[in-house]
Structure formats: C-alpha cells, structure tokens
Design a protein. Structure first.
Length: 125
C-alpha cells in the first residue's frame, strides 16, 4: 500500500494541504514563511497538493503539469532562511497531527519532510 492510500487518498490529502495553509495564514510563528507567499494562497495550496500526491505514491499530478519537481531550484527566487523553513515545518507538523494523526506513517514520512524543509534554505542566518 502506498503512503497516499494509507493516509486516505485524495480527500484526506486535500484536508491536509488546506489545513496547512490555514495554519500558515494564522500562526504568528509562521509569519516569515507566510510573508514570502502570495496574498492568495490557493495556487500554492493546489501545487502542494499536486506535489504531495505524487511524492506519496498517488497520481503524479505535479510532474504531469510542471515536469520534475526540482523544489529547491523552483524556490530560489524566494528568500528562505531558518525562520521561513521552521514556519513551514511547524505548519506541516501541526496539520499532519490534526488531519492524519501520530502514527507509523508519520514516523516514516515526517523525517523526510523535515529534511526537505531544511534543504529549501537558501539564505544564510
């Protein structure tokens, strides 16, 4: 079973990405991350959903539309430092806890998400 199927497929992944961006829009600790995003988060939410779908073993929506992810390269125009990465990770962890829960799937996937968040840093402290 893929992680995509294990977490509940499209419906649950949509809830996760929706909650993620709600948190980014409201948590003071995520302000630095929020500030590097567009005012309207709907396109960002859709792209994260599409990326996670394929990354988790579901339909490869992002690569079908945009090609290889190359996430760090795609994010180079945004100044991402420690505060931005930590805000993003905080929102992801909290959305995961609220929507998916703390389980074996989280134990397997969240360290990879943490590493991805740190990899996106492109500005020195």
């Amino acid at each position: 079973m893929t992680p995509y199927a294990a977490l509940g497929g499209e419906a649950v992944l949509r809830k996760l990405t929706k909650r993620f961006y709600e948190l980014m829009d409201t948590l003071p600790e995520a302000k630095a991350c929020r500030d590097i995003h567009p005012k309207d988060l709907s396109r960002s939410e859709e792209k994260l959903f599409e990326y996670l779908s394929g990354w988790l073993g579901g339909p490869p929506l992002f690569t079908d539309k945009y090609g290889p992810p190359m996430l760090r390269r795609r994010h180079l125009p945004a100044k991402i430092g420690g505060a931005e990465a930590e805000g993003w990770l905080l929102c992801f962890r909290q959305a995961w806890a609220e929507v998916i829960g703390d389980n074996a799937l989280g134990a397997a996937l969240l360290p990879q998400i943490e590493a991805l968040g740190q990899h996106m840093i492109n500005q020195a402290a």
